[in-house]
Design a protein. Structure first.
Length: 137
């Protein structure tokens, strides 16, 4: 009496399941952005100090790298400095801290500069204590 051995088929099925579970998150398209939330959790203190691109209300860019962190930088300087930091420490979190009244185009320009520097993921800094979604309406 001949029987079909199903054990190899179960093994193949489990391997395919693992392959699909690993590749499914990689199939998402678009720009990966961590949107700010009112009840956002703080950054992990064990990770390295984040690279923060600050944008003031006038649209000037500042980077928390170098000797003069409070001096505005040109776009090519931001790309060069951020690329140098990310080359040395690729796991450095990259964040954007923009003024509430800054032009949306300036924020997008800052994000593009960080992506050109090699940042795989860009997050936003918010102040959860002052978050009120109905206050600006």
């Amino acid at each position: 009496m001949a029987e079909i051995n199903v054990v190899p088929y179960i093994d193949v099925m489990l391997v395919l399941l693992i392959i699909f579970m690993v590749t499914a998150p990689l199939l998402t398209q678009g720009v990966e952005v961590d949107l700010p939330k009112a009840d956002a959790e703080p950054l992990d203190q064990e990770s390295s100090e984040p690279l923060v691109l600050s944008i003031d209300s006038g649209g000037l860019f500042y980077l928390n790298v170098g000797d003069s962190e409070d001096a505005p930088l040109e776009p090519q300087d931001i790309v060069a400095l951020a690329a140098a930091v990310l080359k040395v420490k690729p796991a450095t979190p990259v964040l954007v801290k923009a003024d509430k009244n800054v032009n949306h185009g300036s924020v997008v320009t800052g994000m593009v500069l960080l992506q050109k520097a090699g940042a795989p993921k860009v997050g936003f800094l918010t102040d959860p204590a002052q978050f009120d979604p109905l206050a600006d309406q």
